[in-house]
Design a protein around this ligand. Structure first.
Ligand SMILES: Cc1cc2nc3c(=O)[nH]c(=O)nc-3n(C[C@H](O)[C@H](O)[C@H](O)COP(=O)(O)OP(=O)(O)OC[C@H]3O[C@@H](n4cnc5c(N)ncnc54)[C@H](O)[C@@H]3O)c2cc1C
Length: 406
């Protein structure tokens, strides 16, 4: 699958990234993770703390998939408002989901502290503004829901926004305590942590086939070896749908620009993460070395040639969008890319468990908050493997009940 193209910023922040050998033997393990992106690394991190024999295989190099394109805003609010999710799933379901997502941000922070690399995890507040007058009522309801559930949010009026930012919007929700991270270094740090705790990692080793048995799975690789695993976690990112086509998954193309470093952020209060209610939206963040990342302008095409042909135009549009918000911050594009981008139709990420694929978990952390979802799902999967049952797994299975089906 051709998932992305363009120029990548994050890999330039870790030029001597660790490398791992190919699989050159037939082996057996308790748990096999397929895919060495952030999701696979997050699973490896939690499994490293167990006494299970764990193996991870990656067909290219660690972090070279969508992890290297990830703009890595670490938030719990996503593409679907919680008021909409509540209509689909019910109030207590969504309150639980919200709490689990916030916990996942804390868990990412703990992991970032535990690994031996500085992955620039930084707590940031988020500004989510109404792009249009029609969105203001929805924002008010969303704010009320979050406030009632005791989340640290504030509602900002036009006057509030104008007093803080160089732009004017009718209303916004201000989320306290979101975060940003360098996803490439985070992923490498997690993998290094895991390898120090007996997880075996192989790069340039692609799964090419599988056979399911009563007591496990045999995985075949392009290095002409096989792995006998008791459990398999499929963490192939957007390529998971090539291994098991989950019908809730839907795809678009997205675009990002990373600028040259900026000297002065004084007009950008707290370097907040900023995004908006418009669809397609624009979102922005800053980096540890004072760049701006601008992303969004999603396009419905899923064809790589079509997606790629729009890159230059979208890059210019992203820069224009930023200039409208911060006219006094001059930005010059340094890296820009376009990527396949997945979400779930009902708005929640999925752990796929299918009768035809026993002993297996398919981690689909799809959605705007992929990194948060993957942390959450990785934890649930590992809990399920270790204890034989995770009480929250049913919330994320592909056949979770909707409100009117429960
Ligand atoms: C442009 C963009 C912006 C984003 N912005 C955000 C954001 O701001 N915040 C956020 O939380 N999330 C964001 N996301 C989502 C986030 O990037 C993903 O959730 C995350 O990177 C997914 O990691 P992953 O490990 O599941 O997938 P990947 O990083 O794609 O890793 C999957 C790995 O599996 C390997 N693989 C595939 N098939 C096989 C096989 N057969 N055998 C062995 N290995 C295999 C691949 O080579 C790849 O390395 C963004 C995504 C994109 C594309």
């Amino acid at each position: 699958m051709n998932i992305q193209s363009g120029t990548y910023y994050w890999p330039t922040t870790l030029t001597n990234a660790p490398t791992y050998s190919k699989l050159n033997d037939d082996i057996a393990c308790d748990v096999l993770i397929i895919g060495g992106g952030s999701s696979g690394a997050q699973c490896a991190y939690y499994l490293a703390e167990t006494d299970l024999n764990v193996v991870l295989i990656e067909k290219n190099t660690i972090g070279s998939g969508s992890t290297s394109a990830n703009t890595a805003l670490i938030q719990y609010a996503g593409e679907k408002m919680f008021i909409n999710l509540q209509n689909t799933f019910g109030e207590s379901y969504i309150s639980k989901h919200l709490a689990l997502c916030r916990q996942a941000i804390d868990d990412i922070e703990s992991a970032a502290v535990q690994i031996d690399r500085d992955c620039s995890f930084t707590r940031r507040d988020s500004l989510y503004f109404a792009s249009y007058h029609e969105d203001v009522e929805k924002l008010k309801k969303e704010y009320q829901l979050l406030k009632n559930a005791k989340f640290p949010v504030e509602f900002l009026t036009r006057e509030d926004i104008e007093s803080l930012y160089p732009f004017s919007k009718e209303a916004a929700i201000y989320f306290k305590d979101d975060a940003e991270i360098n996803p490439f270094i985070f992923t490498h740090g997690l993998i290094e942590f895991a390898t120090k705790h007996n997880v075996h990692v192989y790069e340039q080793t692609k799964m090419t086939g599988h056979v399911y048995h009563e007591d496990g799975v045999t995985i075949y690789t392009d290095t002409k070896h096989k792995i006998q695993a008791k459990k398999v976690i499929y963490c192939a990112g957007y390529e998971n749908v090539e291994l098991k086509n989950e019908k809730q998954a839907s795809f678009v193309s997205t675009y990002t620009v990373t600028t040259e470093p900026i000297n002065d952020f004084s007009t950008w209060p707290n370097r907040t993460l900023i995004w908006e209610t418009a669809r397609p939206y624009l979102y922005i963040r800053t980096t540890a070395d004072n760049r701006v990342i601008i992303g969004g302008l999603d396009d419905n095409t899923i064809y790589p040639e079509d997606r790629d042909s729009k890159l230059i135009h979208k890059k210019d549009k992203l820069i224009q969008g930023f200039n409208k918000l911060f006219p006094s911050i001059p930005v010059k594009p340094a890296y820009y890319l376009t990527a396949h981008y997945g979400g779930m139709r009902d708005g929640l990420p999925i752990i796929g468990q299918y009768g035809e694929a026993p002993h297996s978990y398919f981690l689909y952390g799809y959605g705007d908050n992929g990194t948060v979802y993957s942390q959450l799902l990785a934890r649930i999967i590992v809990e399920d493997i270790i204890s034989g049952q995770s009480p929250v797994l049913p919330y994320y299975l592909q056949n979770r009940p909707k409100k009117n089906e429960a």
